[in-house]
Ligand binder design. Structure first.
Ligand code: NAD
Length: 283
């Protein structure tokens, strides 16, 4: 079997057109321009790239974009002060603090300081708790993008074996909850899992969010599985995912490429979340 490609770039572009329409409609009907504040602390090269992509996407969609660049030496109190000001600024509907943060800053304190109604990453404990409880919430962008990609396959999720490799708060755990809410039977594997390949081979839906280039090899994949590669690994040869794309695409029914799979969907979901927060009366 040769896999169909789950084209995240194409789907993300379609979603961005819809968001742009939504922004224009909001401007026309309420006079409000949805605004996203992005805070970048320090000079992490990957963070700079991500922030640049997010700002460009924001402007293209018609949002107001407020970029705050702070030096790596910024004390925590100063960052918390900025967040407090952004929380109270009516032109700001979404606040995103790019992670990772320098060591003197506690990311959990920073995330908790953002008003849940202005959280667009879905990392605030209130939104995390609401996701856990199955209540409406701001869903984290990467897992939300993964679910949209799965929808694109047209395959039912109910009753399927879903195996997620990786248990991070930003990808592995939330995508597990979302798959569970769609009635998949979910297994979360991680660095201490024994006999990982046996778990992986059971998967109808296999999500790799590890951060190790080409970790998932063809022998770990069931014939016909849907394979979602979240990994972004920068090698001399360029960007590669956590999945050994060539051989795995000979076995999978659907597969996301890297680049052009989950990555563009993450940004599209950020735009959707920002528009959603701006539409809420309390934002
Ligand atoms: P993380 O470093 O927080 O977590 C990695 C997870 O992989 C951990 O839970 C760990 O237990 C697991 N792991 C590590 N080694 C393992 C092993 N040998 N066997 C099994 N599990 C193992 O990572 P993260 O933030 O979830 O990101 C994972 C990858 O996804 C990274 O490459 C990251 O760059 C990428 N990412 C991409 C997007 C996107 O938009 N495409 C968004 C977020 C993260």
């Amino acid at each position: 079997m040769t896999a169909h490609i789950l084209d995240g770039k194409k789907l993300a572009a379609e979603i961005r057109v819809e968001v742009k329409k939504g922004v224009a409609e909001m401007k026309a009907t309420t006079g409000t321009v949805p605004g996203l504040a992005v805070v970048l602390v320090g000079d992490n090269p990957a963070s700079k790239v991500y922030v640049g992509q997010k700002e460009k996407a924001c402007l293209e969609a018609g949002f107001a974009s407020f970029l705050h660049r702070l030096p790596a030496s910024t004390p925590q109190g100063e960052l918390l002060g900025l967040i407090e000001r952004l929380n109270g600024d009516p032109s700001v509907h979404g606040i995103l603090v790019q992670l990772p943060l320098p060591p003197q800053i506690d990311p959990d304190m920073v995330i908790a300081a953002i008003k849940p109604e202005k959280d667009v990453d879905g990392f605030h404990p209130v939104n995390v708790g609401r996701l856990m409880a199955g209540l409406p919430c701001c869903e984290p962008c990467t897992p939300k993008g993964i679910m949209r990609l799965l929808e694109e396959t047209g395959l039912p999720i109910e009753g399927k074996e879903a195996v997620i490799i990786g248990r991070s708060n930003i990808v592995g755990k939330p995508v597990a909850l979302m798959l569970l809410s769609k009635s998949a039977t979910v297994t979360i594997c991680h660095s201490k899992t024994r006999d990982l390949a046996t778990h992986a081979r059971r998967a109808d839906i296999l999500v790799a969010a590890i951060g190790k280039p080409r970790f998932v090899t063809a022998d770990m994949v069931k014939e016909g599985a849907v394979v979602i590669d979240v990994g972004i690994n920068r090698l001399d040869e360029g960007l590669v995912g956590d999945v050994d794309y060539g051989p795995v695409s000979e076995k999978a029914s659907w597969i996301t490429p890297v680049p052009g799979g989950v990555g563009p969907m993450t940004i599209a979901m950020l735009l959707e979340n920002t528009l959603h927060q701006a539409r809420k009366p309390e934002a």
